[in-house]
Structures are given as C-alpha cells and as structure tokens.
Design a protein around this ligand. Structure first.
Ligand code: SF4
Length: 296
C-alpha cells in the first residue's frame, strides 16, 4: 500500500503538512447554476470545516503556518483548497490567486478540491501552467460510481462528466485524487466495492484516493432526514472491512491519501465511532494485514 505520508517524506525528506486555505469560490450545486441545496451530506462550510477565513492568501498561509509551527518546524507545505468548488469563478482571478501560492518557496504542492463540471478549457490551461511551477493535484468528490445514488444525494452530475474530467486532467499532466464515501443510503457493500473496482480499472485512472465513512452532519439534508427517521449506517466493523477490501483491490501504484475522515466533531450526528480516528485506523490496519496473510 502506497501511503501518502510515506511518499511525501521520501520526496521532501520530512513530513509535509497540509494547510487548509480558502479561495472564496462558491459551488454551482448550491448557488443555482447546477442545482440548489448542494449534495445531501454537505455542510454549510462546503465540506471543509477547517479552512481559514477568506482573505489575502499570503496572510492565510502565514496564519496557518503559525498554527502548525506549534508542533513542527517543517519547511514544506501543501496548500489545500478544500471547501466548495475551487475552480468555479473568474479564471483570471483564480490564476492570480493560485500563482501567488505556487510561487512561494514554502509551498511544495497545490491541492485544489473541485467538481468535475468546473473544469473548462480555460481552467485546464491555468492548471497546466501552474503545474509547471509546482505539482498541482485536483481532488474530485465522486463519492460513488452509481448514478442512481448520486441523484438521490443531489450530486448534480453523472458519471460521464467525471470520466471526461479525469481524461482531460490526465492529458494535461495533472494528478487526480478521487474522494469516495462509503455508507451512502441505499448502497450495499457490493455497490461500494463496485465503485472501487471501477476506479481501479479506469484508464487513465486517478493517481490517489481518499476513503471516508459517511458522516451525518447537522445542517445538511441528510442530517434532517436522519433526525426525522434514522436510516442504517455502517458499523465500525463493516466500514473497516470495506476499506481493507478496497486496499486489496486498488492497484499498488494508487496512492492512499486517506482511509478515514476528519469530520467536524461539533456537527456530527452519527455514527459516533468515527470520532475515534485512532481506533478506526488501527482496525483498518489489522484487517489489511489479515487479508494480506490470507492471500499469501
Ligand atoms: S459539490 Fe462539494 S461543495 Fe458543492 S454541494 Fe457538493 S460537496 Fe458541497
């Protein structure tokens, strides 16, 4: 298994810290361009509760570094734009913003979370240029390969749009990281593993993957539905088993960026077991080992 932290340590000679930043972009699935209300699991923070408040980007970076400085003297950082859709907006403005970021000595990688339907030709051209200065990662929240589930959770685009985006990003030499959520209502274990097999076989496929348990949060459509009538959620055992099986299925070269999420604890309604991240990771690692031993 290729873990992101190991790869970065090898490349940069030290732990590379992620700093969460805000571009000021919104999301077309919230402002009416694609839809209203957003994805049913998405909180008001646009699925990124830890980002800085929007403002001058150099100030944001310095403030984020100052917070991290308490625990590290690292020199390399990943500038992470997670909340909302960070390629949705005026391209000239976005270019100015991201150019400031990649030209900084202390930024090793620019990581941008966005939607596959926010990657027009002008955006691709910008990303290609930025990628010549520093590596650019594009993070796409696919969550599931199943269009039926995607419609139920109001994702706002079909699988074909994702495939086209991955194709164009890979042709432009940009690294692609895909987010997958396990435990979406109505999905079986087999549905979830189908998403993993699909990503494993996709050509050109993503370079990395982030796996996460569905977090039912306050202030979301799913949260409202759950409080009205609780629906079944995966148990710790079920989730960790699906993750371990996914790691077995995914190609060796696919980098594992995340096996469990860092949800906003104060907004979490369920499941409660996700709060104990250490226990989740230990259980996953134990199951990965058991599967390895069984297949040796
Ligand atoms: S695309 Fe992202 S920011 Fe927009 S509603 Fe969905 S999860 Fe939230």
């Amino acid at each position: 298994m290729r873990k992101l932290s190991d790869i970065l340590k090898q490349q940069y000679g030290e732990k590379v810290y992620k700093i969460s930043l805000t571009s000021g972009c919104t999301c077309p699935n919230r402002d009416g361009k694609v839809g209203f209300g957003g994805c049913s699991f998405c909180s008001e923070g646009g699925s990124g509760e830890f980002a800085s408040v929007a403002g001058d980007i150099n100030v944001q970076i310095e403030e984020a570094k100052a917070r991290i400085r308490k625990k590290t003297s690292a020199d390399h950082f990943i500038a992470y734009f997670q909340s909302f859709s960070n390629t949705y907006g005026d391209v000239d403005t976005l270019r100015k913003l991201y150019e400031k970021v990649v030209r900084r000595e202390d930024i090793a990688i620019l990581s941008i979370g966005t939607r596959p339907d926010c990657l027009g030709g002008d955006v691709l051209e910008m990303l290609r240029d930025l990628n010549e200065v520093k590596p650019v990662w594009i993070e796409l929240g696919l969550q599931t390969m199943h269009d039926e589930t995607a419609e139920r959770m109001n994702r706002g685009y079909p699988l074909t749009v994702f495939e086209d985006a991955v194709n164009r990003l890979k042709s432009a030499g940009i690294q692609v990281i895909v987010h997958v959520i396990f435990g979406l209502p109505g999905e079986t274990r087999e549905d979830m593993l189908q998403t993993i097999r699909y990503l494993a076989d996709l050509s050109p496929g993503p370079d990395g993957i982030k796996l996460q348990m569905l977090n039912v949060l306050k202030g979301t459509e799913l949260g409202r539905q759950y409080e009205e009538k609780p629906f079944p959620l995966l148990s710790l055992e079920e989730y960790t088993d699906i993750v371990a099986e996914s790691i077995r299925i995914l190609p060796e070269e696919m980098v594992i960026h995340r096996m469990t999420g860092d949800g906003p604890g104060d907004l979490l309604i369920a499941p409660d077991w996700v709060r104990n991240k250490k226990n989740v990771l230990n259980t996953i690692n134990r199951k990965i080992k058991e599967k390895q031993d069984a297949f040796c």
